[in-house]
Design a protein around this ligand. Sequence first.
Ligand SMILES: [Ca+2]
Length: 167
Amino acid sequence: MKNATINFNWGTGLVTPNAADYCSVRWIGKIKFPTAEIYTIYFNADELLRVYLNRVLIIDRWYYSAGELSFTVNATSTQIHDIRIDYGEYEGSAYINMSWSSASIGKQIIPSLYLYSVEYVANSPYSLIISQGDTVANMSTAVLPNSFKVGENATIYIQSRDYNGTV
Ligand SMILES: [Ca+2]
């Protein structure tokens, strides 16, 4: 799904096509700045949030919280930056928006004109079709190893099933 801007207020309604709570959304794209100056980028979100700019983790609030966080970018008008936004919702109200401001631009939702989508795999010969269904917790199973040891890798198998028992 492509979104023109990051500006959502779901209230207590559905965040994804199937879930209002205990869900997450990832946006991956590129961002360009219209002028060469220092920008402040604002994220106002309820509740979990991670933001990567040029593959560097800038905001790391992956726990229950809400409200606004910001960082600054010394921007040029030519460079295009990678941006990744991970958002998660536990319960209750849910929202996220992404704004910017600079000396010449008042605080505003970052316009779609400066946001670009990217494809995961360019020129792939394969088409990818994903069918989404509701996962039912009490029909799903997790298989754990007999023991865990600190410092050693462990493998956990999780099979989620829908109401029909379909894996
Ligand atoms: Ca919430």
